[in-house]
Design a protein around this ligand. Structure first.
Ligand code: BTN
Length: 256
């Protein structure tokens, strides 16, 4: 289905809105493996995603019709596998830039790819790459953003929606088109080899960058300060002995 509110070149030009699906990532993955080649930038959006998947085998809960739950197909064969974190950066920045005009400075990207407002989670991503040799053949970028939901279950005390912040409903298709436009712009920056631009911008948007904070690793609790992310995406935290510690995704927890 074509949709002309999408002003970019390819991301979102082929948009399929599905009434009910377990997970848009699952659906898109199946389309990619079952059908004839699907064009890059295809977006699958769900009105009711009833078994959304999150990071760390968690679920993703979204009240039907009130939130953005969608997946974008990208074909970043220009990007070596060793640079897959640059894709995480580009997509996170695209979502950030689309929401920033609405939400302003409370918005940040919590490493590696959560969208935060203040200390609460507004959205997240599940980016699943299909690797062939040393290249990323297909990438399914699943994005969930809480938009018009007015409350969250007790087991999600850290969640927040745009409506809870601005007391107003927002048009989901418009916000989707803005995210697609900005994701495409950062993706094209990567393709044009403007890697430093993407890396610097990502760092500047990070939640708790250069702020003293509490963390937990397998060694226990510690105070430190995020001051860098390595090219491959490890988080670098300086502890209070001045040592730089590097963490991958499951190795560190942020404490408030
Ligand atoms: C996280 O923060 O844990 C990641 C959440 C990702 C949720 C999105 S919603 C659309 C897409 N389909 C899924 O099943 N998950 C992602």
């Amino acid at each position: 289905m074509q949709n002309n509110i999408f002003s970019g070149l390819f991301v979102g030009q082929n948009l399929l809105t599905i009434q009910q699906v377990d997970s848009t990532n699952n659906y898109l993955k199946q389309l990619v493996s079952n059908s004839k080649p699907l064009i890059e930038g295809t977006v699958i959006m769900a009105v009711d995603q009833y078994a959304g998947r999150g990071q760390h085998q968690n679920g993703w809960f979204a009240e039907p019709g009130k939130n953005l739950t969608f997946s974008i197909l990208l074909k970043p064969s220009f990007l070596p596998v060793s640079q897959q974190f640059d894709l995480v950066r580009a997509i996170s920045l695209g979502v950030f830039d689309a929401l920033h005009p609405l939400l302003g400075d409370g918005l940040t990207i919590k490493w590696p790819n959560d969208i935060y407002y203040g200390n609460r989670k507004l959205g997240g991503m599940l980016i699943e790459n299909m690797i062939q040799g040393l290249q990323i053949k297909n990438s399914i970028a699943g994005i969930g953003i809480n938009i018009n939901q007015e409350g969250f279950p007790e087991n999600l005390p850290g969640a927040i929606s745009v409506k809870q912040i601005l007391q107003q409903d927002y048009d989901l298709k418009y916000l989707l088109s803005e995210i697609c436009r900005h994701v495409e712009a950062y993706y094209l920056s990567l393709k044009a080899d403007k890697i430093s631009l993407v890396r610097n911008k990502y760092l500047s948007r990070l939640y708790r960058l250069n702020e003293e904070g509490e963390f937990k690793s397998k060694e226990g609790r510690f105070s430190g300060m995020i001051h860098r992310v390595t090219d491959s995406g490890l988080l670098v935290v300086k502890n209070n002995k001045g040592e730089d510690l590097e963490f991958s995704l499951k190795e560190i927890e942020f404490l408030h």
